[in-house]
Structure formats: C-alpha cells, structure tokens
Design a protein around this ligand. Structure first.
Ligand SMILES: [Ca+2]
Ligand SMILES: [Ca+2]
Ligand SMILES: [Ca+2]
Length: 225
C-alpha cells in the first residue's frame, strides 16, 4: 500500500479519526489555571476531524482556542481513544501510520501507545514534531513496533490509542502539557471490510449443519433487538 510521505491534514478519510473516548485523566495544572471555565480538558474535543487552526492563537484572528477544540493532558495526564468504525493497522513500511494533531507552536512530547484490547499496550514512541512541515501534528510509524513483537502482524487490528503527557512540558496555565486536537489512523481499514472472529465461529456452526440461512437471519434479528 502506498502512503503519503507526509500526511496532509486534508487527505484523511472521515472514518480515519478516533471515534470514542475510553479513558481520560487530566494531569497537574499550573497555578494560573484559574477557574474551571477556562480549563481545556474535555476529552471529546479530541474526537473526529481536526478543528484547530493556527488562527486560534492569542495573536490570531480567531483568538485563543477553547475546550471545544482540543484537550490538554496536563502534567502526566493521559487520553485513551477508540476507533469504532475503523482500525489502525501497520502500513508495511516505515512511513507514518498514525497521526496526532497537537495544538500550538510549542512541541510538547507525549508517549504514544496502541492496543487491540485496551489491556495490553504497545509503546510506539515519543511523539515530537520533527519539522515545520509537521506544524499540524506528528506522524508515528507503528510497523517497527509490530515487527518487534511476535504476537503482532500486519493483520493485527488496533482499536485503541493512548497518549500520555511526557511530564516535562509546560504546565503554567490551563492549557498545560500536550494539547490534543485529533487522532487519526493513516493506515486505516474500515471495520465493515474486515472479518472479526465471532465468539461462536460460523465454521463450527456449519460443521454441525446449524448455520442455514434461517438461522443466520434469526441471529441477526436477535442482535438488532
Ligand atoms: Ca473512525
Ligand atoms: Ca508504517
Ligand atoms: Ca479537536
């Protein structure tokens, strides 16, 4: 599969983005954080497509960004998101597979981990924007990590991403630490395009002669009920 060399913010399929918040713990904020009204720690702001622009700065035409735009992790805070209509997969090369849209001019380091089950986590590295071309975020390759783990392969479907503030960023105000606008799987497969094993395998049902069309229909109806 060919991947764009440097992900363009505009090129992602709408399904590529993280869909649900699983866990969030905002870390420590500085003394200037003030009232809760100014705190940018609604984790839902990190779902869906990116919506921060460089005009959302104190000097920009749109003014400072608010809690609808991004989620500040705070010192050592973390955010776990889930893909529900897609999966993150390895692209098979060293190009970026995962894109973290981080807000702001300061590069704030965060640890990035991926998981299939929200229990076993695989650290893919420390996200730090590398150059000006990556103003809108950080691309992470996950293939190196997959290759280093015997139980992982290009067929592994990752449903979860966890980002954890690096602990040594800036924490003076309510936008403390790494600020997450959005998270997208560049190497992404649609959930309805992959066969995920069911608890009772269809092969076993066929072997027993139980999996006729009526049985499947009934099963679907009961699922919908
Ligand atoms: Ca999605
Ligand atoms: Ca890759
Ligand atoms: Ca956002």
């Amino acid at each position: 599969m060919l991947l764009a060399p440097a992900a363009s913010a505009m090129s992602f399929d709408p399904s590529s983005y993280a869909d649900a918040v699983v866990d969030y713990s905002n870390g420590t904020y500085g003394a200037e954080a003030g009232s809760n009204a100014n705190w940018t720690h609604d984790p839902n702001a990190a779902l869906g497509a990116e919506n921060w622009t460089s005009e959302m700065t104190t000097r920009g035409s749109l003014g400072g960004w608010n809690k609808d735009i991004g989620t500040s992790l705070g010192q050592n805070g973390f955010l776990t998101v889930e893909f529900t209509d897609n999966y993150l997969v390895g692209g098979g090369d060293d190009a970026a597979d995962l894109w973290i849209f981080e807000i702001g001019s300061a590069v704030e380091a965060m640890k990035v981990e991926i998981s299939t089950d929200n229990e076993t986590w695989y650290e893919v590295g420390i996200a730090e924007r590398q150059n000006a071309q990556q103003e809108f975020g950080i691309g992470m390759d996950i293939d190196a990590r997959i290759a280093a783990e015997e139980s992982l392969s290009l067929d592994t479907l990752f449903r979860y991403v966890r980002v954890t503030d690096g602990g040594t960023n800036k924490y003076q105000n309510s936008k403390a630490g790494a600020d997450i606008d959005a998270i997208a799987a560049i190497s992404s497969v649609n959930a309805d395009e992959v066969d995920v094993p069911e608890p009772t395998s269809l092969a076993a049902l066929f072997a027993l002669g139980l999996a006729g069309v009526p049985a499947l229909k009934k099963r679907k109806q009961s699922t919908d009920a």
